[in-house]
Design a protein. Structure first.
Lengths: 351, 247
């Protein structure tokens, strides 16, 4: 297979196209704009649709419409844009429309800055908009995964009729890495629920309104039954040197690659460190965390935020092992400072 | 016996929930008659708003979506782009279209999206209990303009047909009313023309319909019709504002 050098954002866009995405609706924002630009170049050539929407609100509602036709469609944005998309994501979740939503995330709150950040973790994993719902959230760690996860995202979205979010720090959008090109997807599932005009069948309705008490409650239960199945089937994480680890570091996305270096260095210095890298942020891989806790004296969550995923680690461990936090915002922690933090904690704990 | 009147096939048998004298049911029927006459029911996808007509998906006998408040034109845009040979209509109230959905409607029109918008202007927010809308007339009392709308405070009522007709992308923009049989017939003709403009791919089409909300106006259905004539028509002139001809 062909190896090519690709920017993360472009790898993601090409992955989506290989997965059969034929509708892109977006509004420019750094550091995600290359996805839109790539789609603007490509879509007209492959019979797809590209629309630069008037706002992220419009873009996500175009996704709602596009997905309702049964086509594979997506949008991409960055943190402030994701805030605007939350209305639509709530509606899309309720209407159970499969689609891909990408957050090439940056620092906040407010306009924040364009530095890479992971501070949209709560927004991504708790639903983000109004109502009880979740989206599947995938966190790639390099260009190859930008492509592969985009492809997988569409499969998961169709399988569960759910919006899938890819959360990638700005760094991942911009770095260039050699990747293996994938084969285009040729098999797609039937979508008998799609609103395409009712020729030869009863009319289909895409709707999120449930006025009756019982209807509303049973609707929420239906969604949660689906979320339960997703939790059972789709939790994913990579574990590195956790078997005998006394300090388990948890990090996702680009941060996991940086932490890996620090863990290797810590091992050289005789500290039994290990790494758990959540691949799915929702559903959170809590069982992987518990498995890694076998010999752990301490967990350390390293994030490019003020500390959000740490809460999921604490929930997973339910007080069995203490969890420390190291994070920065505006900067991405480097291997040296993480190593220093691991060594400091190891000394404190007498490890 | 010859049948001279029947329910259009493009309407379902569901009993509607509208108040007595409300124009929504009547306008639904006009749209459905046009769909029947053009034989496009099975090719039509409708999008209902948030407002009193939020349940319109139960009344139209075609594929339907229910939109977030104001976003119907964005939803219709994507569907039409992906399925260009289908007929797309949005059905929107004045709060939905002229307030919260202002950006979506202006840009759908500016892009010349080949969709048909049915815009029901009843001068206020019906569903939420009669609050002021961008279309509320000067002096008109609503629950959030209890002393009457004043230009100094609330600005001027918006003329959407005029506004959108200035966009190049708009191919057919018309304002009608449903306060008497002649105007009802004109409204139906306008809706049909809008669908035909869509069929020809000429661009964006909208019919703004001056409509009655007797409940929130505090009038009986007959007086409500007269109120349209006496108060709305002078400010919102009827007629075609934009008619793009085929090249
Ligand atoms: C985001 C959002 N804001 C506010 C509301 C509440 N709301 C429901 S209907 C409506 C106004 C509808 O008025 P209009 O569009 O004029 O339609 P009508 O009911 O008069 O037919 C409002 C403000 C909502 N559902 N969603
Ligand atoms: S409140 Fe007004 S717009 Fe709503 S159904 Fe009643 S009459 Fe019609």
């Amino acid at each position: 297979m062909e190896r090519v050098l690709m920017k993360g954002n472009e790898a993601l866009a090409e992955g989506a196209i290989l997965a059969g995405c034929r509708g892109f609706f977006g509004y420019p924002i750094t550091p995600s704009s290359e996805i839109a630009e790539y789609m603007a170049r490509k879509m007209p050539k492959i019979g797809g649709v590209f629309v630069q929407a008037e706002s992220e609100l419009a873009a996500i509602n175009m996704v709602y419409g596009g997905a309702s036709t049964g086509a594979r469609v997506m949008t991409a944005s960055s943190s402030p844009g994701l805030s605007l998309k939350q209305e639509g994501i709530s509606f899309i979740s309720e209407a159970e429309l499969p689609c891909l939503i990408v957050n090439v995330s940056r620092g906040g709150p407010g306009l924040g800055g364009i530095q890479p950040a992971q501070s949209d973790y709560f927004q991504a994993t708790r639903g983000g908009g109004h109502g009880d719902y979740h989206t599947i959230v995938l966190a790639p760690s390099g260009s190859q995964e930008m492509m592969d996860f985009a492809m997988e995202a569409f499969e998961l979205a169709d399988k569960y009729r759910i919006p899938v979010m890819i959360m990638a720090e700005g760094t991942l959008g911009n770095i260039m890495e050699p990747i293996l090109m994938r084969e285009p997807v040729t098999k797609f599932s039937e979508k008998p629920w799609a609103t395409t005009g009712c020729r030869g069948r009863k009319p289909n309705i895409v709707n999120t309104l449930h006025l009756g008490n019982e209807e509303l409650e049973s609707r929420n239960h239906q969604l949660f039954n689906k979320y339960q199945i997703i939790k059972e089937n789709e939790k994913r994480a990579d574990a590195f040197l956790v078997e005998d680890a006394e300090i388990v570091v948890v990090a996702f996305g680009i941060m996991s690659r940086i932490v890996k270096k620090a863990v290797i260095e810590a091992r050289k210095k005789g500290v039994k460190a290990g790494l758990v890298r959540p691949v799915t942020l929702w559903p959170f891989p809590d069982e992987h965390i518990r498995t890694a806790a076998k010999n752990a004296r301490l967990f350390l969550s390293v994030e490019i935020s003020m500390g959000q995923m740490i809460q999921d680690i604490q929930l997973a461990l339910a007080g069995r092992v203490p969890v420390e936090f190291y994070g920065r915002i505006g900067f991405t922690p480097n291997p040296e400072e993480i190593l220093q933090e691991i060594m400091r904690l190891a000394e404190r704990e007498g490890l | 016996m010859k049948k001279v009147f029947q329910k259009p096939e493009s309407l379902t048998d569901a009993k509607n929930h509208y108040c007595p004298g409300c124009s929504h049911g009547l306008i639904h029927r006009l749209i459905a008659e046009c769909m029947d006459e053009m034989n496009i029911r099975e090719k039509t996808i409708g999008i209902c708003p948030v407002g009193c007509s939020v349940l319109a998906y139960d009344y139209f006998n075609c594929d339907m979506l229910e939109a977030a408040h104001g976003r119907a034109p964005a939803i219709a845009t994507a569907i039409k782009r992906l399925l260009p040979d289908r007929f797309l209509f949005t059905y929107q109230g004045d709060g939905d279209l002229a307030s919260i959905g202002m950006a979506e409607i202006v840009h759908a029109s500016a892009r010349g999206e080949k969709i048909t918008v049915i815009f029901v202007n009843n001068t206020l927010y019906g569903m939420t209990g009669g609050q002021m809308a961008p279309t509320t007339l000067l002096g008109q009392v609503t629950t959030t303009s209890p002393y009457g709308r004043k230009a100094e405070n609330e600005g001027y009522p918006m003329k959407m047909a005029e506004l959108l007709s200035s966009n190049e992308g708009s191919a057919y923009i018309c304002r009608t009313a449903v306060n008497n049989p002649a105007n009802i017939n004109r409204t139906k003709r306008a809706i049909k023309k809008a669908f035909q403009v869509q069929e020809k791919g000429l661009g964006f089409s909208m019919v703004e319909i001056l409509s009655a909300c007797p409940t929130n106006w505090g009038l009986n259905p007959l007086d409500a019709m007269k109120w349209i004539e006496d108060n709305m028509v002078p400010y919102y002139p009827l007629g075609e504002f934009k008619v793009k001809e085929e090249q």
